[in-house]
Ligand binder design. Structure first.
Ligand code: ADP
Ligand code: RBF
Ligand code: MG
Length: 153
């Protein structure tokens, strides 16, 4: 995929509300505009990279792009799970991510347990990959230096 690393940002919107959070894997969803802007060579599937909420710390992340075959979604989604424990939700805040590498295509599973255990191995794979020097380097990219303007009311 020639477009990797791919940088993008957008506000966090409400997703399908399927209780991913209850499963311990909350995913911050991007709006359609961000999904529709993806370059053609970014295939659906599971990616790893770095992400940050507003001007917060930069965390490792895993992202799922596609139609979630397990749930047979109609709308293509882009959902990011940041590998960090947050105290609060961050709906409406700006999520900046860099997609660094591809892990696997999306799959259908015969049980929710299998889906969850696949996601856990994706998280382990992301953690390993992102410790490599060439991947750590992307954390320092100018993209993340840009300060998000404070939202005024
Ligand atoms: P939704 O269906 O609305 O996307 P989820 O159950 O997937 O609901 O939860 C996603 C929300 O949880 C995010 O929009 C964000 O506000 C919050 N959240 C808390 N911790 C995380 C995290 N580590 N990664 C992603 N989102 C998180
Ligand atoms: N959904 C699928 O249907 N198939 C998948 O292979 C799949 N892999 C995922 C991998 C990661 C790292 C993440 C964060 C999500 C994945 N999802 C997948 C999306 C999942 O179905 C969605 O987040 C649900 O809301 C979880 O309950
Ligand atoms: Mg979600």
């Amino acid at each position: 995929m020639r477009s990797l690393p791919y940088f993008c940002r957008g506000p966090v919107i409400r997703g399908f509300g399927r209780g991913s959070k209850e499963l311990g894997i909350p995913t911050a969803n991007f709006p359609e505009s961000v999904v529709d802007s993806l370059p053609a060579d970014i295939n659906t599937g599971i990616y790893y990279g770095w992400g940050r909420v507003d001007n917060g710390d930069i965390h490792k992340m895993v992202m799922s792009i596609g139609w979630n075959p397990y749930y047979k979604n109609i709308k293509k989604s882009m959902e990011t799970h940041l590998i960090h424990k947050f105290k609060d939700d961050f709906y409406g805040q700006i999520l900046s991510v860099v997609m660094v590498g591809y892990i696997r295509p999306e799959k259908g599973f015969s049980s929710l347990e299998e889906l969850i255990s696949a996601i856990h191995s994706d998280i382990e794979e992301a953690k390993r990959q992102l410790d490599l020097p060439e991947h750590i380097q992307l954390k320092e990219d100018n993209f993340f230096l840009y300060q998000q303007p404070a939202v005024r009311s």
